[in-house]
Write a protein that binds this ligand. Structure first.
Ligand code: SAH
Length: 234
């Protein structure tokens, strides 16, 4: 079955948004992947369809109710659905290329987008939500984080990007940042091209790229060369 994403959100009109353009959008139209959205508010309480309430114990902001979110999840995702159920959350496991590959290998993902101060902890436990973060900063909602996660997944689906995305050369795919890229013109504002790239000698070009990738990684991201164990649960 093709990769299928189900999004639970208070703003379904945001989707597919940027994922409807370019190669991801082309893949969507061609059925290489699919997306459905579910309005959390449809499961809100009372006439006003309330989805949030004050934090227990006091404090600023509002918290998404566990009963409302659970009802939305249960309605959107059949019990036998084995796709990972993700909650976008700054407390989660930090998204990286290895995790993206795991998601692409499953039949898709269910993504719960938080808003306000976050969600009642009990629904995370009660519905086995896996918290995933896109980085150490706070967004106003999970939707932008979901775009990031889905874009990273969709481009790896066979057929979406043709040959390009299989490229083992890309940053992170081999534990290194990518080597510098060049194209035309051959000279620009007094800057030429690295000589190795003009040599036509494939072995020499490969060696140059490898050395560049290693040097750039050593300089900018030494942590990639000596990875510490992953942090965050999920
Ligand atoms: N009070 C929370 C932040 C809430 S931000 C805290 O301090 O942890 C509101 C929602 O935006 C979150 O529920 C989450 O779904 C989403 N969000 C914010 N930052 C995110 C990030 N870095 N990664 C993934 N989701 C994020």
């Amino acid at each position: 079955m093709a990769f299928h994403a189900s999004i639970l959100t208070l703003y379904p009109e945001m989707f597919p948004g940027p994922l409807g353009a370019s190669l991801a959008g082309e893949g969507l139209r061609r059925g290489l992947w699919s997306l459905d959205t579910h309005q959390i508010r449809d499961h809100g309480i009372g006439r006003h369809r309330n989805v949030d309430d004050n934090p227990a114990g006091g404090g600023a902001g509002m918290v998404l109710r566990c009963d409302v979110l659970a009802a939305a999840i249960d309605a959107a995702v059949p019990a036998e659905d084995t796709r990972p159920r993700l909650l976008m959350s700054p407390r989660g496991r930090r998204l990286d290329q290895a995790l993206v590959r795991e998601f692409v290998a499953s039949e898709g993902v269910v993504i719960v987008c938080g808003r306000f101060e976050g969600v009642d902890e009990r629904v995370i436990e009660g519905r086995n939500l896996i918290e995933v973060s896109v980085g150490d900063y706070i967004l106003s909602g999970g939707e932008m984080a979901a775009f990031v996660l889905l874009d990273a997944c969709v481009r790896l689906i066979p057929g979406v990007m043709g040959k390009v995305a299989s490229g083992q050369d890309e940053s992170f795919e081999n534990g290194l940042l990518e080597y510098p890229q060049y194209t035309r013109p051959r000279e620009w504002e007094g800057r030429g091209l690295p000589e190795a790239l003009l040599s036509g000698d494939h072995a020499r070009i490969a060696k140059w790229r490898r050395e560049q990738a290693e040097a750039i990684t050593r300089e900018r991201r030494p942590d990639l060369l000596n990875p510490s164990p992953p942090r965050g649960k999920g």
